[in-house]
Design a protein around this ligand. Sequence first.
Ligand code: MF3
Ligand code: CO
Ligand code: CO
Length: 273
Amino acid sequence: MTTDDITFETRTGEIKLHGPEGFEGMRRAGRLAAECLDMLAPHVKPGVVTAELDRLAREFVLDNGALPACLFYKGYGHTVCISRNHVVCHGIPGDWALREGDIVNIDVTVIVDGWHGDTSRMYGVGAVSARARRLVDVTYQALELGLAEVKPGATFGDIGHAIQKHVEGNRFSVVRDFCGHGLGRIFHDEPNVVHFGRAGTGEVLKPGMFFTVEPMVNIGKPHVKVLSDGWTAVTRDKSLSAQCEHSVGVTETGIEIFTASPTGQFQPPIQAD
Ligand code: MF3
Ligand code: CO
Ligand code: CO
């Protein structure tokens, strides 16, 4: 084999339209990513060291013949992102432990036969305040409302608008600095999927488009800053933040959610304090 035999898919500036082979690949990648988050659920407890959750995720992914996409991504070096409380996204697992009352997002991306499955969920650590639980509920509802817009002929603005309307209607805010993304054989592809906007604007959805929707919702202001580690994004006003993410495809009639939990655990139950 020479390097001429290897083809690399690249960003083209256009939103790719995938066929049945792509749907089949994304189904398998999405399912494994969801199963990884299912597997972690019983381990998300007060006192657990986050590096241990990362290790469990890495071993699960590798044992299933897949690769953790974030391990090789721009020097990130871990399998999952673990973002708790006022961390908006890209929290780094390490020697720090989860504490009673935390709300925590775990985000994993796996590569199965070249296809990327990218998903994240919110978990409660022990008993959680009513305010934090409401934030998590609104974030899941916002994602659901955004995904309900997905069908051929709708626009990306329809998705963003549905999310923003629900979040702001509940007096929370939508983070502007991070967005969803096209994906497939590429981790982050066209388009940028923003979680705010005007209905009827933006590119028109077509069958075969694959992308993530992953709203980040803050109790306070939408503004974020990235810490000196170069990854961890936090709310500037230190208010709580929540996020959840699915990888989806546009079908002839609507949507296929590739990262649905086979055991119905996409929104893990959160205990009241
Ligand atoms: N999974 C994240 C996303 O939803 C990306 C994480 S990149 C990392 O797009 F390097 F921070 F892991
Ligand atoms: Co993503
Ligand atoms: Co993700």
